[in-house]
Structure formats: structure tokens, C-alpha cells
Design a binder for this molecule. Sequence first.
Ligand SMILES: [Zn+2]
Length: 107
Amino acid sequence: MEKSNPRLLKLYHRFNKRYFNSTLPAHPLINFSDEFSDRYGDFMVLEDGTYQIRINPEYNRPRCVLYMTVLHEMAHANLAYISGTHGEAFHKEIARLFKLGAYRSIL
Ligand SMILES: [Zn+2]
């Protein structure tokens, strides 16, 4: 079984606790991936139900960018069974994170 990147997993757990009330899955698959070059990262639910987040290592070198991308993909994870787009539900989710101070140390 594929394992998560320890640094990314640590970040995921911290954000899950702080901003998602630990409601996102405790055992996601979160890794750096060079399988794409057109995105900062992406999220999908695998066939076995595992939440997968892939992060582009090239575009996410500065820590603040990495944090933004992980939060963005976790917002998608929180809406996994609601919406897969960047529509209204997604904007509301980002606004919710912003109000919780998720971006305070980043922006
Ligand atoms: Zn997105």
C-alpha cells in the first residue's frame, strides 16, 4: 500500500484538527506528485474510498504556497460528496476557512 509523505501528512492532520474539526479522514493518501504540470495539486476519492491529495513539488516550493494548496485541496475533500467544482459551495468553504484564520499566517 502506498504511503503518505510524512511532512504533508503532518500538515494535513494539523489543518484537519484546526479547521475541519477532525472530520476529514484520518488516513488519507497525501503525496508530492510529478504526474501533472498543469496544476498546483489535486484531490480525488479513490475506488476504495481513500481520500487522495497530490501536490506538485515544482509549484509549491515556498511554504506559504504549499499551505495554500493543501488547504485548497482539503476544501475539496470537505466537499467530496457535495461538489467537485470551484463554484459557490467551494467559495463558501474558502470563506469559512478564511474566517477561521486559516490564511492568517500565509497572506
Ligand atoms: Zn481546486
